[in-house]
Ligand binder design. Structure first.
Ligand code: NDP
Length: 323
């Protein structure tokens, strides 16, 4: 079976391509620059890549860019979207590629009679940015939707880009009769296949690389291998539909620091919180729908260990020599 993965060089997508090849799929992978070895070498060397991986050039902002690669595919995994937290022009750097890119990909899917289902990588930031108070008894689930005006007021530009992109995806798919499923992961950590440090892995690298303080934030952590598998299950399980939140555990950075201390007692870690305010509350995220799909979540401790081991070569050797 032939499937397409957009943004294939990225952190999550690289694992997705690896697992798809392992399951026997033929994968058409899009990247912006197929000639850049930093973006493609780790894909070309995956098991099965020689026979069943085909790289294509495509850009989210180019109308019709995905037509040729998608035509002939039974499944499309749309993962490409910029994930940066500091930007100077949110509209151009985040919102346009996220929203126009999603519509661009879905338009190509609508034209291709071969496409049976499209899996769209959304995010927990498109689920829970709505200003509702959080506490340990609150359970966030797939019925929650982030509110664009709330994101805008709070200058949460990346969440705004993902919220608008998911909204656009549902609207377009309903109007055009496309079967889509969204995957809504929390902060994704775990081993890196790609050489370029991505935003979510950097959250762990910052803690072990000399930062004096940890952020006052509670984060929804999930392992990259579970996220990649969930994409495939959402495609393969006929009854899959709607959205799937993927979060193993919500934990404050202070807890993450303690987990790292237990794993690697000799690493120097940030001693205090970045502010004196009460710790941001933790809360729960429902696992019911993810489990119904067949996802078994790796524990946070395992994910943190895998991330740090994988980041060894990117860490400051003076600080991490005892790893
Ligand atoms: P990466 O930064 O590792 O990868 C992002 C990918 O998007 C890259 O492959 C990049 O392609 C592609 N991309 C960005 N802009 C464009 C563009 N204009 N045209 C074509 N491709 C583009 O990110 P992640 O793996 O972390 O994220 C992948 C997806 O998962 C995104 O949709 C993100 O929003 C979502 N997500 C990520 C989470 C996380 O914690 N990591 C959590 C929840 C959702 P290129 O290589 O060509 O530059």
């Amino acid at each position: 079976e032939v499937v397409c993965v957009t943004g294939a060089s990225g952190y999550i997508a690289s694992w997705l391509v690896k697992l798809l090849l392992h399951r026997g799929y033929t994968v058409r992978a899009t990247v912006r620059d197929p000639s850049d070895p930093k973006k493609t070498e780790h894909l070309r060397t995956l098991d099965g890549a020689g026979e069943r991986l085909h790289l294509f050039k495509a850009d989210l902002l180019e109308e019709g860019s995905f037509d040729d690669v998608i035509d002939g595919c039974a499944g499309v995994f749309h993962t490409a979207s910029p994930f940066y937290l500091s930007v100077t022009d949110p509209q151009a750097e985040l919102i346009d590629p996220a929203v126009k890119g999603t519509l661009n990909v879905l338009k190509s899917c609508a034209k291709a009679s071969s496409v049976k289902r499209v899996i769209v990588t959304s995010s927990m930031v498109a689920v829970e940015q709505n200003g509702r108070p959080k506490n340990p008894d609150v359970v966030v689930d797939e019925t929650w939707f982030s509110i664009p005006e709330f994101c805008e007021k709070s200058k949460l530009w990346y969440p705004l880009s993902k919220t608008l992109a998911e909204e656009a995806a549902w609207k377009f798919s309903k109007e055009n009769g496309i079967d889509i499923v969204t995957i809504n992961p929390g902060m994704v950590i775990g081993p890196l296949l790609q050489p370029i440090l991505n935003t979510s892995s950097a959250t762990i690298l910052n803690l072990i690389n000399g930062s004096k303080t940890f952020p006052n934030a509670s984060v929804r952590w999930v392992n990259v291998k579970d996220v990649a598998l969930a994409h495939i299950l959402a495609y393969e399980v006929p009854s899959a539909s709607g959205r799937y939140c993927l979060v193993e555990r919500v934990a404050h950075y202070s807890e993450v620091v303690e987990i790292i201390r237990d794993l690697y007692p000799s690493i120097e870690l940030p001693e205090k919180c970045a502010d004196d305010k009460p710790y941001a509350p933790i809360y729960q995220v429902s696992k019911e729908r993810a489990k119904s799909l067949g996802v078994n979540f790796s524990p946070l401790e395992t994910s943190i260990k895998e991330t740090i081991e994988s980041l060894r070569d990117k860490a400051d050797p003076k600080r991490t020599k005892h790893l």
